[in-house]
Write a protein that binds this ligand. Sequence first.
Ligand SMILES: Cc1cc2nc3c(=O)[nH]c(=O)nc-3n(C[C@H](O)[C@H](O)[C@H](O)COP(=O)(O)OP(=O)(O)OC[C@H]3O[C@@H](n4cnc5c(N)ncnc54)[C@H](O)[C@@H]3O)c2cc1C
Length: 479
Amino acid sequence: MYDVAVIGAGVIGAAVARELTKYDIKVVVLERENDVSCGTTKANSAIVHAGYDAPYGSNKGKFNAWGNRIFGEVCEALNVPFDRTGSLVCAFSEEDLLTLEALKRNGELLEIPNLEIIDQAALRAIEPNISENAIAALYAPTAGITEPWELTIAYIENAMDNGAELKLNFEVKAIENKVNFYTISDGNEQIEAKYVVNAAGVYADQIYRMVCDTPEFTIAPRRGQYYLLDKSAKGHVKTVVFPCPSKAGKGTLVVPTVDGNLLIGPDSEDLDNSQKEATETTLERLDLVKQLANQLIQNIPFRENITTFAGLRAEPSTGDFIIGFSKVAGFYNLAGMKSPGLSSAPAIGVHVAEEIATVLSAQSRVGFEPNRRKRLKFEHLNDIQRQALIKENPAYGRVICRCEMITEGEIVDAIHRNCGGTTLNGIKRRVRPGAGRCQGGFCGPRVMEILARELDVEMESICQEGQASHILIGKTKSL
Ligand SMILES: Cc1cc2nc3c(=O)[nH]c(=O)nc-3n(C[C@H](O)[C@H](O)[C@H](O)COP(=O)(O)OP(=O)(O)OC[C@H]3O[C@@H](n4cnc5c(N)ncnc54)[C@H](O)[C@@H]3O)c2cc1C
């Protein structure tokens, strides 16, 4: 029997799992997909918000501010990129100026450090490509950018290094409350756990309904669409640039990524409850994103676009993050984790683990290893370091992805770690072959060969992403 079963391996479930392993607690993570970070966590703006905008007194306000404070420390231990670029909320009218003042006051209540309203000249000095119509901005130096999927993979890898188990392809279909423990089933396998943590993203309401006939909340999907521009657009903005927020959210923004691309989006589109898989992009909404971004930043080089994508926010009927033990004993909800869920994840992980360790009377784990083994990035090494590495392991001398300069050695390492990649997109999220200009056109087949060889499976069984996304159907000469 497990002490805790965490349902969902997005950034929230992953953070909770890792923090739980700091205690003597037997943890299992159940994920319906064939990899971690395949839900909302793989498609968002990747911003670690400073935390001035969620209302003072709300869960969002509390956990964003706390999460931002500890984000650097977590990323350092887990070897995840994090860059405190700062953020700018831009004002275009007198009314917007009042919004900046209100955001600053709210941020000060939440103790967000060094917030400053800057004038047009100062704004232009930071972002020369800002629209000529922008008249001032709220500058928040503690905001930053990260890699959400890398953080999730790192959290799970570190949790597994510390004894947690991960069950992929385990779609929770039934949960039975046996009074002192739960049985959780995917239709084939059944596991038992004393406590359940529901971190199932847009499906958190459906999971809760498996144990509660009168749930207090529902979760609706709210879609956001993006453009991702090539690294040739690097430097077009240096900070996270927002318009003033509205009822629909933080607005369409322009932001650098930690890998040097330029990200533009999202829009905000309410979908109905039956559309929890609707991650397709649409021409109409992408045109709207382009139009809104062009009002914020001048001369965005949209011709450098390399891909578009969409993510689904988990919009809770309560308006705030739902965090805590539910009215069903032993069942803990982490629901409605829309933005700033990524920014808040480290703090949510610490908080939930403390609460569960208390009810389990669990002691700290002796020998807990907080650090994740560093991932070598060949591109970032100097010539001497490269030569030494290739001498030690010739696989680092074979470049598989020329756009991103990724070597075979890095791909092999990403396959064989705890929580290793098994799909093309899984390898792309871990080490980036296919994330560059050609989007895998050249390196895709070579990555498949390496996956098949290292996992000792047929090439035909390698998937792009989900369980049914096979790429090859057989050998051409046998057709
Ligand atoms: C457009 C957009 C922009 C955003 N921008 C930001 C931002 O810049 N900064 C920020 O802080 N936040 C941002 N967010 C919010 C952030 O992305 C989310 O808060 C975070 O990713 C939520 O993580 P999660 O683990 O709760 O959900 P998810 O990542 O969706 O994880 C839930 C997991 O549960 C699994 N699951 C579902 N049902 C089952 C089942 N029956 N059995 C087993 N597993 C199941 C899913 O497969 C999934 O892997 C944004 C969100 C969106 C959509």
